[in-house]
Design a protein around this ligand. Structure first.
Ligand SMILES: Cc1cc2nc3c(=O)[nH]c(=O)nc-3n(C[C@H](O)[C@H](O)[C@H](O)COP(=O)(O)OP(=O)(O)OC[C@H]3O[C@@H](n4cnc5c(N)ncnc54)[C@H](O)[C@@H]3O)c2cc1C
Length: 774
């Protein structure tokens, strides 16, 4: 469900202005009337799509009903005079770009345009691989206004940019892909000059983890900050629109720069999880609670104005609902768009690798209901059969539904998203309509009762281009722990690179749609590697910072730094560096060469410290949480009392896999297996004879065993019990108790995990032995 505030006046107001122009200039024919779809009074069930503005020129409305036609979008259009008008609708047939014979004849996204409730004779969205103005024929307008509606016929992603009425038989609309060209602005009655915003100390463009956490950090340093985000929600890929869970850890490391991330971050338990799990409202409230942050949601930055070749003067952003253009001036700018587009527009040094990038995903979820659910056939989608795609286990299709590896990550972005939709719908069609009724899902229900409940229409992107700083960090730097004096943001993810999975590359060489991840093991995931500050500012644009996935790293290094908690910490560092720039009137580069000590002093401040102005004193803000317990993603042995035996010290028999994906394990990961006969034996010697409590730690998961046999060998003999490893252990730091036992000094005690009778994986982490008497 998308949340947004429609602009009730725009369509009518524009038409009135256009009418006024017509009355004075051309009395014979009225000026054309342009109605932007995104400015409709009511969007109904149509979604606002702002992802491709830079490519096709405008936000647009899309009927993303997952096979169920969405509610009409409607508005009132005012005309200067009654008469006969030709109607033009800017749209496309979104599958025609793919060379598939069904694309032309079976257009998925068909819709009608209703004028005063009556449909124009032709359907729209039926032809044209590119955005174009489809001639909708003539309509007679009898009064001075008409109700205009978009009526979706399919629920399969029909799209409309704008509608134009003209009573001039010789008029044809300009189809340029320019963002808000002069003719559109004039027809909409928008002022020729942008509204002025600022000056700010820093403007963050992009409201993902990097931009949002950066804005918070800068504001708490006493800076005047603007945050521009082209969606209605914050969080970027970590919002309810894309639903990626935030990974990477925020270890205490050198500086407490992780606590703003812990404050901002959600606690999503799945990727993709539910809408609620991603806590859009909480994220927005945290930003809105910052008095020094001006938040501009639904604003797309589409141009930069340069003071000279090496300095940005301002950024222009388009209000994606009203068309208002705002000019943001600032001392510094931070490109946190993920795409690096601000740097690109400023001609910052940058690198986009030729191909083999990581791609875009549109994840999806389904559920089983009590009643039969139908799903329309999708002849225009990928013609998939079960077995030709990974079964979406646990009711969701995850990160590896990914495509676009060799496609241009900006110019081809809409077709990459649309290919993902074709793959997703093709797979669902196979599950619903191609004999999959026989197959039973994990709940024991047939697919007959299954229905699609969510599919991201906002794609999650991973790699576009890198803006280059004074250091371009490499995988070798990270793996070899190359020290830099400005190392600050700890990267804790493995070098995780994605490639098309072989069988899909073979079947769909142009556009494979399933990926595999290859994880390098060179990153110290526990302590992290400190990424240097010099990756966070442009080497040739003197007032441009960058944070998030578009920082100065190689493709391989992006494999580790791109996870969201790490991106968030980059923003925090940029916020603090921007404070040094404003205070000492220096550039981001000077911060390193002349003020590194000052930067480090600010990096040492926890997130709950703030000052109200650059000259003010820092104080603890009582309203901010003191998140002092660091989220290290693991439990150090040293933080536990008593005797602790990690799985790495246990004697293992049989085949055990190593894991680290479920966080908060003791020391370095854990082992798991369900192989018959496998055992994990934890041995220990107590310092003196007496009663001890024996505890077991594990990280619960749905695929773990509910009856893992655990044997304790004590002075009293052997005792076996079963432990349910799907349920979180109740004690602190992920432990459950196995009971009190007597152990004798000099006699080995042991705990043994086995696989006898298990119904899932046995999870072996740590054993703790605590004295019960002094
Ligand atoms: C399917 C998938 C799975 C992933 N798995 C994980 C995972 O498990 N854990 C993890 O932590 N990371 C994961 N990642 C990677 C991670 O999501 C990204 O690397 C991360 O989101 C980058 O953060 P960011 O703040 O740089 O950019 P983004 O999250 O992309 O945020 C940038 C924001 O800027 C906005 N924007 C862009 N251009 C403009 C503009 N011109 N004007 C205004 N606003 C603009 C965008 O709408 C977006 O909201 C995954 C990514 C994908 C796609």
């Amino acid at each position: 469900m998308m949340h947004r505030s429609p602009c009730p006046l725009l369509a009518t107001a524009c038409a009135v202005v256009a009418a006024a122009l017509a009355a004075s200039a051309l009395p014979a024919s009225a000026a054309p009337v342009l109605v932007e779809a995104e400015a409709f009074e009511s969007p109904g069930g149509w979604m606002l799509d702002t992802q491709f503005i830079d490519q096709m020129g405008s936000p647009y409305l899309m009927a993303h009903g997952m096979g169920i036609p969405v509610e009409d979008a409607g508005t009132t259009v005012t005309f200067a005079k009654p008469g006969t008008y030709r109607v033009w609708v800017r749209t496309k047939n979104w599958v025609e770009i793919f060379s598939d014979p069904n694309a032309k004849t079976k257009a998925p996204g068909r819709f009608q345009v209703l004028i005063n409730g009556k449909a124009l004779p032709d359907e729209f969205g039926v032809s044209g691989a590119e955005w174009h103005w489809q001639d909708g024929g003539e309509v007679t307008i009898e009064g001075d206004s008409a109700a205009v509606a978009l009526h979706d016929l399919t629920g399969f992603n029909g799209r409309c940019d704008a509608i134009l009425f003209s009573d001039d038989p010789n008029f044809t609309p300009d189809n340029s892909n320019e963002v808000l060209p002069k003719w559109r602005r004039e027809m909409l009655g928008l002022p020729g000059e942008p509204e002025e915003e600022g000056p700010y100390d820093i403007v963050f463009i992009g409201g993902g983890y990097a931009g949002s956490c950066g804005a918070i950090s800068a504001a708490r340093m006493g800076l005047k900050v603007a945050l521009i985000q082209n969606r209605g929600v914050l969080g970027g890929n970590g919002s309810s629109e894309v639903r990626v869970w935030a990974k990477g850890t925020t270890p205490p490391g050198l500086y407490p720069i992780g606590d703003i991330i812990r404050e901002f971050s959600d606690d999503a338990q799945a990727s993709p999880g539910t809408y609620e799990e991603f806590e859009d409202d909480k994220k927005e409230q945290i930003i809105k609670a910052e008095p020094k942050v001006a938040l501009f949601l639904n604003h797309h930055a589409y141009a930069v104005e340069m003071e000279n070749r090496a300095k940005i003067k301002s950024v222009l952003a388009l209000d994606t609902l009203t068309g208002t253009v705002r000019r943001f001036t600032a001392r510094n700018f931070c490109d946190a768009t993920g795409h690096g587009t601000i740097g690109m527009m400023a001609n910052a040094d940058r690198e986009m690798i030729d191909g083999g990038r990581m791609g875009m995903s549109n994840m999806w979820r389904w559920e089983v209901t009590d009643t039969a659910q139908t799903f329309p056939e999708t002849p225009w989608a990928l013609d998939l059969k079960e077995g030709e795609f990974p079964y979406p286990k646990k009711f969701h299709a995850e990160w590896f539904w990914e495509s676009g590896f060799n496609r241009h990550p900006l110019n081809d972005l809409e077709s990459i998203r649309d290919w993902n939709l074709r793959a997703n719908f093709g797979a669902w069609n196979a599950m619903k309509n191609k004999g999959a009724y026989d197959r039973y899902d994990e709940s024991g229900n047939a697919h007959k009762n299954a229905r699609l409940i969510w599919m991201a229409y906002v794609g999650g992107t991973r790699e576009t281009q890198q803006l280059l700083g004074d250091i371009v960090l490499t995988e070798e730097d990270i793996v070899n722990k190359r020290p830099f004096p400005d190392g600050c943001v700890l990267t804790t993810w493995s070098v995780d690179l994605h490639y098309p999975a072989e069988q899909y590359e073979k079947a769909y060489p142009d556009r494979p749609f399933i990926s595999k991840a290859v994880h390098g093991h060179g990153v110290d995931r526990k302590k992290g590697y400190p990424v240097p500050y010099r990756c966070f500012f442009s080497r040739n644009i003197e007032n441009l910072f960058m944070a998030g996935r578009n920082i100065s790293v190689t493709h391989e290094a992006l494999g580790t730094v791109r996870v969201m908690k790490t991106c968030g910490m980059m923003g925090v560092v940029v916020g603090k560096a921007a404070a040094i720039c404003s205070k000492f009137d220096v550039t981001p580069r000077d911060v390193y060469y002349e003020h590194l000590e000052d930067l480090i002093t600010l990096l040492r401040l926890p997130g709950y410290m703030r000052r109200d102005s650059l000259d003010g004193e820092f104080y603890e803000d009582p309203k901010l949480p003191k998140l002092e317990e660091p989220d290290m993603g693991y439990v150090p042995k040293a933080s536990l009392s008593g005797i602790v035996i990690d799985d790495s010290e246990a004697k293992l028999t049989g085949n055990w896999a190593e894991g680290a994906g479920l966080p908060n394990f003791v020391e370095n990961g854990y082992h798991y297996t369900r192989e018959k006969g496998a055992t994990a034996r934890y041995e220990f010697n107590v310092p003196k004879t007496g009663e001890y409590e024996v505890r077991l730690s594990f990280q619960p998961h749905e695929n773990r065993s509910t009856k893992t046999p655990v044997t304790v060998i004590s002075a009293g003999g052997e005792m076996t019990q079963t432990v349910n490893q799907r349920i979180a252990p109740p004690l602190a730091k992920g432990f459950c108790t196995l009971g009190a036992f007597k152990f004798k000094e000099g006699e080995k005690g042991a705990v043994i995990l086995g696989t006898e009778g298990v119904d899932g994986n046995v999870h072996a982490d740590a054993v703790q032995v605590l004295p019960l008497e002094e």
